[in-house]
Design a protein around this ligand. Structure first.
Ligand code: GNR
Ligand code: NI
Length: 170
């Protein structure tokens, strides 16, 4: 059991583009275990490796009520199944304390590799679809605040920078 440090906006490491995983090894599975520990502890419904400063295309998600449905997506690819957009309030463990409405694709298909190294396909709607898109953005160096106005994003950045300064002094 290892809880990893979650990088926070505006940390420039969150802008790193994750590399494809070329082979799923025991080391990959150890990172995945630590990511689940970190996500459940936070608590959150998803976590991208980028957020724990591991720049490989790995996502963990659990959107179930009782935290009983862990999902792993390695090298995920998204296909839009329905162009419709849905607006949902999003938060992010890397932008703690801020919540904003973001539009995402409502219905998509994900092709990925599982922790066993086997490719699989999954259809997603609702919160799961939103969460997958949010996590895939992280792998691409993108954050939900990037969809907001510059004014709003700057306000969030300044508040978090102030918190980080205060935390560093304590
Ligand atoms: O825990 C999280 N909740 C959430 C809610 C709405 C839309 C996306 C998310 S993901 C977030 C955890 C996180 O930051 N993952 O990167
Ligand atoms: Ni996030």
């Amino acid at each position: 059991m290892a809880i990893l440090e979650i990088l926070e906006f505006p940390d420039s490491r969150l802008r790193t583009k994750a590399a494809e995983v070329t082979e799923v090894t025991d080391k990959t599975r150890r990172v995945i275990e630590d990511m689940f520990d970190t996500m459940y502890d936070a608590p959150g419904i998803g976590l991208a490796a980028t957020q724990v400063d591991v720049h490989q295309q790995i996502i963990v998600i659990d959107v179930s009520e009782d935290k009983s449905e862990p999902l792993v997506f390695i090298n995920p690819k998204i296909t839009v199944l329905d162009g419709e957009l849905e607006k949902m309030q999003e938060g992010c463990l890397s932008v703690p304390g801020f919540y904003e409405d973001i539009e995402r694709i409502e219905h998509c298909q994900i092709d990925a590799i599982g922790k066993d190294g086997q490719p699989f396909t999954m259809e997603a709607t609702g919160l799961l679809a939103v969460c997958i898109q949010h996590e895939m953005d992280h792998l691409d160096g993108k954050l939900f605040v990037d969809y907001l106005s510059n004014t709003k994003r700057d306000r969030i950045r300044k508040k978090l920078e102030k918190q980080h300064r205060l935390a560093a002094k304590a």
